[in-house]
Write a protein that binds this ligand. Sequence first.
Ligand code: GLC
Length: 559
Amino acid sequence: MTHALLLENRTDTTATWWRQAAVYQIYPRSFADANGDGLGDIPGIVSRADYLRDLGIDAVWLSPFYPSALADGGYDVADYRDVDPRLGTLDDFDDMVAALHERGIRVIVDIVPNHSSDLHEWFQEALAAGRGSAARERYIFREGAGPGGSEPPTDWTAAFGGSAWERVEDGQWYLHSFAPEQPDLNWDHPEVREDFLTTLRFWSDRGVDGFRIDVAHMLTKDLTEPLPSKDELALIPQDGNHPLNDRDDVHEIYAEWRRVFNEYDPPRTAVAEAWVSTPERRARYASAEGLGQAFNFDLLVADFDAQQFRSIITDNLAQSDATGSSTTWVLSNHDVTRHATRYGLPPLEREGEKQGTAWVKAGGPADQLDREGGLRRAHAATLLLLGLPGSTYLYQGEELGLQEVAEIGPEQRQDPAFFRGADFDGLGRDGCRVPLPWTASGPSFGFGDTEAHLPQPSWFAEYAVEVEAADPSSTLSLYREALRLRRRLQTEERLEWIETGRADVLRFARPNGWQIVTNFGSEPFDLGADAADVVLGTVVDGAVPGDSTVWIAPAGLID
Ligand code: GLC
């Protein structure tokens, strides 16, 4: 069989490839640094294309790589249709798409429509043009309150802490739901709407397969005067009419985007980052007339607990059945404490939803961290996720079993949430964004040939790709084997629960007989005769040990 045919076999070439895809999130500035400036870049991704192929994922999602002052890790976009010169050029981007496509890997890029960077030409124009100008209409400028308008128009707080309003030289204030360097765009403005359609076409024309939509639930706003206070806002139900969050009218935007996605063959896909109040509200983003899919963060904020997992899985599958979308599963991303660490800490305390974005807070002091237990439970949860119907999003470094990095001094931190007083464990989100270790030695463990932009701790050596690739019992070997088997076992998007007689053991079967058993407890769970059919995970004396998952495939299912 030729190489090209092999690739065809590994790739779902249908228009619905996304429904059960394993998608790997790349945080480009921390993946691989080809030009030695300490920041990861696009040629770095190309240099690791074989690694991505060997991992066995179906698609990559790239966090922003656009020109940016990095006030929020690239989520402050200065130009939506270019590549940050420190990360490469548009030609490099095209080369990357080609390199990934050749390896059967699809490409999803991040679109950040709620806000631009304050360095975006539109915002610079708005500042220069002054109050009352047409240029200011593309953002949300208001007069201040109090004597001489010297106080912010409202007492609203930004997601990263501090006031949600910033004053400009001539005395007006602008709204920023996140950092002050991220002014919110005015989605009532036709030019804003039009410009994003241009951006979607720009990347689709370059061969991008799909989009991840940043804070998709926050774009439209009802800013009719008088504006409510922060306390009043908190009392307004999130039922589609809230002034700032998850408004029904946001779906008019996505219906328009869908028409653009459907201009392409296959249609471009999209996944919403929408931290909304219920699975029902989330389903609206996932509809076929809208973005098509939405992140489901329910497991990410759950404990490692069989009953919580079971009810979340059941609810979300019912929801995707009702909408015709497929469900998504996520345990880690660039905004939350890595799940190997979360599962190694005493019962979690959680921050609730903060202005549309929820953050997971790991409880307990770091000295209570049980690294081994955390990693064991992370493996168990990930293998369960990869067995579920729907798509699974993996975050770079979790395939190495990386823990959250706590060893970052205040002067080395970059996350605006750390500096602006939002809690985020008191540490912010830098700990999951530290550049990957590729080799056990070198100035940045093979990330590049110089020091990395965030400090890597010495224990990263143990987790290096070269070390794990050579060790059949490593996390990397487990992910590779799981993703390889998943392709062969994948089947219709359904499951059936099998009662286990134990509240702490979950077992389910997919329509072709593939079974997943997760033991969330500590007592071994006996498998009887099925122990002989275990294809993934460890069985000890015919039983599934505590904190672990096995996959069972009857003879004949995999040749
Ligand atoms: C999303 C991103 C996060 C970013 C925020 C503002 O939640 O995932 O990283 O800080 O939006 O763009």
